[in-house]
Ligand binder design. Sequence first.
Ligand SMILES: Nc1ncnc2c1ncn2[C@@H]1O[C@H](COP(=O)(O)OP(=O)(O)OP(=O)(O)O)[C@@H](O)[C@H]1O
Length: 615
Amino acid sequence: MGQSAGGTGTPAPSDEDRSTRAAIRTLCRLTAGHRRAIALAVLLTLAGSALGLAQPLVARQAVDASGRGQVVWPLLGLLGALFLAEAVTGSVGRFLLERTGEGVVRQLRLGLVDRLLRLEMREYDRHRGGDLVSRVTADTTLLREVVSQALADLVTGSIVAAGALVLMAWLDPLLLLLVVLTVAVAAGVVTSLLKAIRCASERMQHAVGAIAADLERALGALPMVRVHRAEARESARVGTRVAEAHDAGVRTAKLASVMSPAVELAVQGSFLLVLVVGGLRVGGRSGSLGDLVAFLLYASYLVLPLSSLFQAVGQIQRGMGAHRRVEQAMRLPVERTGPVSAPAHLTVRPRPAPPDDRERPALALDDVHFGYAPHRPVLRGVSFAVPARCQVALVGPSGAGKSTVFALVAGFYEPDAGTVLFGGRPAAELGRDACRRRLAVVDQNTHVVHGTLRENIAYAVPGAPETELRRVVELARLEEVVDRLPGGLDAVVGERGSTLSGGERQRVALARALLARPSLLLLDEPTSHLDAINEAALTTVMREVARECALLVVAHRLSTVRHADRIVVLDRGRTVGQGRHEELLATHPLYRELAAGQMLRPGGHPSAGRAPSPS
Ligand SMILES: Nc1ncnc2c1ncn2[C@@H]1O[C@H](COP(=O)(O)OP(=O)(O)OP(=O)(O)O)[C@@H](O)[C@H]1O
């Protein structure tokens, strides 16, 4: 699916083998790591089936013996023992198969979760989060049922049916032919339904994914939904998806329900045929009643497992719809974290290794070009450097590409051309992991997850010592928050940090970033959240932070750019000016315009509209 564009990332259905044989091959591949458990289960099932198949033989003897007026108690005792032994071996075998199903699904879920957390950033732009989540939850749940139930039915059904076939052929080949003919008719009906069942199931799983995605959309923007009284609209939107899932589910059920009568018809038909033909033969003295009873019992042993086999094949096809969605997700490209040999189109110039990274700029961008989509460039030549222990402010009109520069520096995307350098070494050469080890990001989204304040701050360095935690709490001016919350650092903050204010969340994110002691901190300055006092405090914090590491700030406030060591002006994806505040004010018209209050908030004044005196 990585190659296939589009919102759902669904490849053309024609490129896949949807036959039952291919589905069974897939099932075998999925269970490859569980061969021993399956072999043991098969052995137990075989033993159980042999015990089951022996029962009609004993029953035949009992019937014939009682007809002759002989004692039948030992035979009945043997029958009971066979029945008990069959029940025990059968249930242990079935348990093993079902446990295998659970194991397969656990394996799939773990692989899927691991994959989904490592996808290339572009994939999250292409796919909806809720839909990806539903692949881990809903699709694998459907698959679990298939693997644990259908696999068990398939294995036990095939073995019992094969055994019954052999014994029936031995008992009465003519009657067997009649049974096989009726079963073949049912098999034809079932086969013709399988493809449609799979398609309907696939549609249903897509709709279930869309329900999750649309619900996530509404719940993620609940204040907006409430304020605009859009609950009914959002509910109707999700309702449309629910209806799609319902329709596809009903279609699947309809198709499956046609299967059942076909199979039942085959069962009844073959019984009837055997009774009529067998009865006539018993009447004509060309067969014993015991033979007929045994044959009828074998017919039930053949037809019932065959019907569960058909149901299992139907269920497998249903599960393959879900499996396809899981496979699609498993094929999405993941981020490369290690160093890469630079592709030819990247203009990485060979540089001698610097004797000491700290003498080099912490970060440098060298003629960087980038677009989220082909032929739609967003950055068209960005070059600037952030010297070690310096504060650099990135300013520019909305849409100039400031956040995109952050995304490239954080390694979320790779430049189409040009180089990002850390300590003088190209990012591609260092690898994403090594680059990310050097930097920390505090963006506008200020991610705070459900958990304690301590967990949230120590997220960057799990198990960080208390002294370090105290240091960053102090540096981010969080002491007051820690003192106020019941439980202090161990207080639980709600989902997405809902029990904290916007400014507090920003400072938690800052404390977390500082805990990692990065050599470069990327800070997307808050456009809101901060009152005048907090704003002044943040300016001081930034100055203190710049003493520890290089700081690149997307600046939205005049107070920040005034204090920056260097200001980089970005316009329509290009660096169009660099310098200090006073220099740029004197020489750069766009910067003058920005500073005049059109794009930068005056420090200490919450209103953005008024034009302040820039100097
Ligand atoms: N994930 C994305 N996929 C496609 N296009 C994007 C994506 N993110 C940003 N863009 C586009 O890239 C351009 C630059 O956006 P970017 O967010 O970098 O600007 P910005 O300077 O940070 O703006 P602002 O100051 O308003 O936040 C915009 O035209 C935007 O529509």
